[in-house]
Design a protein around this ligand. Structure first.
Ligand code: ADP
Length: 538
């Protein structure tokens, strides 16, 4: 029996390695995705296991168990370190979840940066974590078909698999590397590579070198068997100079191996009908609970208790990417000209945090802000708002617009990345659409779009209500995306084995055809962004 035949009679084995996994450790959408995908794959019968560092902020549960022996992590210069591995099950599943305890690097509570900025030893921390993921497989005596690595922190996994591991049994393991955000690349002095035990050949422009530094994300892009990103539109955007963050040439070079798969929503957590964080639940058929949530939100943030005023909500990391500096700049104009309320929940750039605090002080009862992170309040903002503002400069997928649709809170988005794939813009002539989209990346476009939404609320309420109904029945559940990942894993597994000469080309080509047929052509039929590839294969 060939390796592929053997693999096809047992469930696919996937090790998902991520620096964030909700609900244990999360900064943004990456954590949500890594957690929800594990759950969805498990439900599809995949033998999926997760691996994440044990940060000081993670509380171990009663059911957690430390494995009897430590994992040995071999690095350069003959170094060998030992980490403790904790094991539990991902919530609501039997999928094993492993955590790496190694206090020197991970006892601090923050994932990427502390009060003084990015941790100075991030290069070493995440090289160590990447190597530990590979050593974990040996430690468990469990050979995955694919290691799924998420973003720059684990970009070295495919590099290890193609170099130090290539002639070990683990060298058969394929890698799928998901780009969650091309902006964050993990750039470090080259010495970290020697320290990690990687051979000097990887430090070249056509591998992970980038202007004299080691670039972990670039390492992942070059070396992974297959690449994915989190929406079809973003997969096209990152091939361009405008969105490529200096790596667009590399992305174009690997374009034949890149697919955009839309993130899904975990409707066990984000569903207004069952959401335990809300003071009242509601459905599309009975929205009275939403009015209750609106009152609770107004009360919580000290806003005027008036059901007639539309609330424009924001939940976001407050960074340049999110375009919320445009919102801060136009709040005075909005306050002068429109009868609306604005609510901001976010944290990040201290200047922007200060601006939103100041605006809440300047317009009491009309602008509310909570600077910080609050899962509970995030649910209330989704449920209690009437519109959700997401003016991102770029947005790989975006989750909050998907939550907003489910909560009947119409999204106002800039037409970029996953926002294009998920929000259908309002057509004033027909009343169709699920939200409001604008193109130009500036505050004027945002101002006029908020004005458009405001006039729809006051002057065309029947359109608002019809859109709300349409939004709430959209289905962005994880199951569909998880099925696409299964096909991509099979595609990667076969490509790896074929590359190593372990299976015949035809078998790998069969899977490639299956993946492209089911994923690329439907996009083309929808007028989506299939790009050169579908055209070339037609
Ligand atoms: P990104 O990953 O770029 O931050 P996404 O929209 O993909 O953006 O995901 C953001 C996730 O983080 C959502 O689940 C959102 O609710 C959550 N989030 C962001 N900021 C906060 C905050 N201040 N408090 C609570 N949740 C937040």
């Amino acid at each position: 029996m060939s390796d592929v035949d053997a693999a096809e009679v047992r469930p696919l084995r996937i090790l998902s390695v991520s620096p964030e996994v909700a609900p244990y450790a999360k900064i943004g959408g990456l954590g949500d995705m890594a957690g929800s995908l594990t759950k969805a794959l498990h439900r599809l019968g995949v033998d999926v296991r997760g691996f994440c560092p044990l940060y000081g902020s993670i509380q171990r549960g009663d059911d957690w168990q430390a494995r009897k022996t430590p994992v040995h992590v071999h690095l350069g210069y003959g170094q060998e370190d030992y980490g403790r591995v904790w094991e539990t099950r991902y919530p609501q599943t039997d999928a094993p979840m492993y955590f790496l305890e190694f206090n020197k690097y991970f006892q601090r509570p923050e994932i990427y940066s502390g009060p003084w900025g990015a941790h100075g030893d991030n290069g070493a921390r995440f090289a160590f974590f990447a190597k530990a993921a590979i050593e974990l497989c040996r430690h468990l005596d469990w050979q995955p078909d694919v290691i799924h690595a998420h973003d720059w922190t684990v970009g070295l996994i495919p590099v290890f698999l193609n170099t130090t591991e290539l002639h070990t049994p683990l060298g058969r393991c394929a890698s799928v590397f998901t780009i969650h955000n091309l902006q964050h690349q993990g750039i470090f002095p080259r010495e970290v590579l020697d320290w990690a035990g990687l051979p000097p050949e990887v430090f070249r422009p056509d591998d992970l070198e980038s202007v004299g530094f080691a670039n972990y994300l670039k390492g992942g892009l070059y070396n992974a068997t297959k690449l994915t990103t989190v929406s079809p539109h973003y997969a096209e955007e990152i091939k361009t100079h405008a969105y490529g963050c200096g790596l667009d040439q590399v992305v174009r070079f690997r374009a034949a191996d890149l697919i955009g798969v839309l993130n899904g929503v975990d409707y066990d957590t984000w569903n207004p009908a069952t959401d335990a964080h809300l003071p009242a639940n509601y459905t599309a058929e009975n929205l009275s609970g939403k009015a209750h949530c609106k009152r609770a939100l107004q009360e919580h943030l000290g806003l005027e208790m008036n059901p007639e005023l539309p609330i424009f909500g924001v939940i976001s990391r407050l960074y340049d990417q999110k375009g919320l500096d445009w919102l801060a700049a136009i709040v005075p104009r909005i306050m002068a000209e429109m009868s609306v309320q604005i609510v901001v929940l976010g944290a990040g750039d201290p200047t922007l945090e200060g601006e939103f605090r100041e605006l809440a002080g300047r317009y009491p009862g009309r602008v509310g802000s909570f600077i910080g992170y609050s899962e509970q309040l995030a649910h209330l903002v989704e449920a209690g708002s009437d519109f959700f503002v997401m003016p991102s400069r770029f947005e790989p997928c975006g989750l909050n617009q998907l939550y907003s649709l489910k909560y009947g809170t119409l999204p106002i988005v800039r037409a970029t990345g996953g926002l294009v794939d998920t929000v259908e813009s309002y057509n004033e002539a027909t009343g169709e659409g699920t939200g409001f989209r604008f193109d130009q990346p500036n505050e004027h476009a945002l101002y006029y779009t908020i004005g458009w939404a405001c006039s729809t609320w006051y002057d065309r309420r029947h359109h608002y209500e019809a859109m709300q109904q349409r939004a709430m029945v959209q289905d962005f559940s994880w199951e569909r995306s998880a099925r696409q990942y299964v096909r991509i894993y099979e595609w990667a597994r076969d490509a790896r084995l074929e590359g190593l000469g372990l299976i015949k080309k035809q078998v790998a080509a069969q899977h490639e055809r299956r993946v492209l047929k089911t994923m690329i052509q439907p996009l083309a039929a929808n007028g989506g962004p299939p790009g050169e590839r579908a055209a070339a294969r037609a």
